[in-house]
Write a protein that binds this ligand. Structure first.
Ligand code: 9UX
Length: 72
């Protein structure tokens, strides 16, 4: 089973920021696909709910130094 969520991301200034976040999220156990859109300031993440929760993803983004807010 896989779920898809979108986050609003703040604090990205250059393309390397979005790449950093993408790599960081794709490394998380339970994340099957993460893609970050710099222009739209969004991250779209597919994950497996039995392994990880959206809050863990938010936390990871914050740990990388950016802001993340779950879009409902
Ligand atoms: Mo670009 Mo982002 O030099 O953390 S990587 S601003």
């Amino acid at each position: 089973v896989s779920e898809k969520v979108e986050f609003a991301i703040t604090g990205m200034t250059c393309a390397a920021c979005s790449t950093r976040i993408e790599k960081g999220l794709n490394k998380l156990e339970g994340v099957t696909k993460a893609s970050v859109n710099l222009a739209l300031e969004t991250a779209s993440v597919e994950y497996s709910p039995s392994q990880i929760a959206p809050q863990d993803i938010t936390q990871r983004v914050e740990k990388l130094g950016y802001g993340a807010k779950l879009k409902s």
